[in-house]
Unconditional design. Structure first.
Length: 319
């Protein structure tokens, strides 16, 4: 990892402090097809909700870093958008972000859904993983709670043919099965090195981005295939009122068509109110304060085809 470039992009990091001999630190990138379970695994490893999840493709639009620090190691986990055949500029940007995250990391972990047959998409992702030089490769069979023992055994055999893996782990992020085994495998391959981040830091993601993503998650979960890919969320303003322990949030939900705006708002504003209520519950846990959330919906036609607009939302490589 080019640390000079990394800290230029991540000013929350700092000068590493010397640690006891044998301490390990490094980067692991999670890659795979859409819905392979990358963000769910990240949350399971962290023991709390850091990244949003849903059954909708392109849920993850940011190259997201979480920091897991224990007495023996510090692991920086890089979550990536699902690699897929792009249909617009947004899809191309997300693929670029995911592939760049394979560069100069210590470990690449490719997730394969244990409950679904391996297809051409998995084979293509495996090719990208093989091309990543200098990193250890771990194959993770995810969603084992949804697969039978026979399916897992067959999937393991099929996955072994996709690459020369340094390790293979079958796990379930939902039940916690073998999540710690995954952490142990990654830690084994990390080099000795200092802690690059404070021990209480859990992510390098700006809080405004996390707030916007938590809101977008509720829309994805509410509307499934109706409008999800056309949704972008931007936090316009955040204000903390110390006296009342209240955070005021003002956010805009962008869609591409007037009809989509009507769906998000709902009859008499009912849908938008439900989204706000569900998002506020998660945001209060995230921020540790009461939350006032002001949500508005605007139309920005064909924003997914405009690379400048995509970067304004901070998706893919962002700004």
């Amino acid at each position: 990892m080019d640390l000079d470039a990394f800290f230029a992009e991540n000013p929350m990091g700092g000068t590493p402090e010397p640690l006891p001999e044998g301490f390990k630190s490094g980067f692991v990138t999670l890659v795979g097809r859409p819905n392979a379970g990358k963000s769910t695994l990240l949350n399971a490893v962290m023991g709390k909700k850091i990244a949003i999840t849903s059954n909708t493709a392109q849920t993850t639009r940011h190259r997201f870093r979480a920091v897991l620090t224990r007495d023996e190691f510090q692991m920086i986990i890089v979550d990536t958008p699902g690699l897929h055949k792009p249909h617009d500029a947004l899809g191309e940007e997300l693929n670029t972000s995911a592939i760049k995250a394979l560069e100069d990391v210590d470990v690449v972990a490719m997730l394969i859904d244990a409950s679904a047959p391996i297809g051409r998409g998995d084979e293509w992702v495996a090719g990208q993983v093989r091309a990543a030089r200098g990193s250890k490769k771990i194959c993770v069979l995810s969603k084992c709670d949804l697969a039978t023992d026979a399916q897992i055994s067959a999937q393991r055999e099929a996955a072994e043919a996709l690459g020369d893996w340094d390790a293979m782990v079958a796990c379930s992020s939902e039940t916690g099965y073998n999540v710690e085994a995954f952490v142990e495998e990654v830690t084994y391959f990390l080099p000795e090195g200092p802690a690059w981040f404070p021990p209480d830091m859990e992510t390098d993601q700006p809080i405004e981005v996390m707030v916007a993503e938590f809101i977008r998650e509720k829309i994805l979960r509410s509307f499934h295939d109706e409008v999800p890919h056309a949704i972008g969320v931007v936090v316009e303003e955040m204000e903390f009122v110390r006296k009342s322990n209240l955070t005021r949030l003002y956010a805009i939900v962008y869609v591409e068509r007037d009809s989509q705006k009507g769906i998000i708002i709902g009859k008499g504003g009912s849908a938008l109110k439900r989204i706000g209520t569900e998002a506020r519950q998660d945001l209060e846990l995230l921020l540790g304060t009461r939350v006032f959330l002001d949500l508005r919906v605007k139309v920005k036609k064909n924003w997914r085809r405009d690379a400048n607009q995509i970067r304004r939302f901070g998706y893919g490589e962002g700004l």
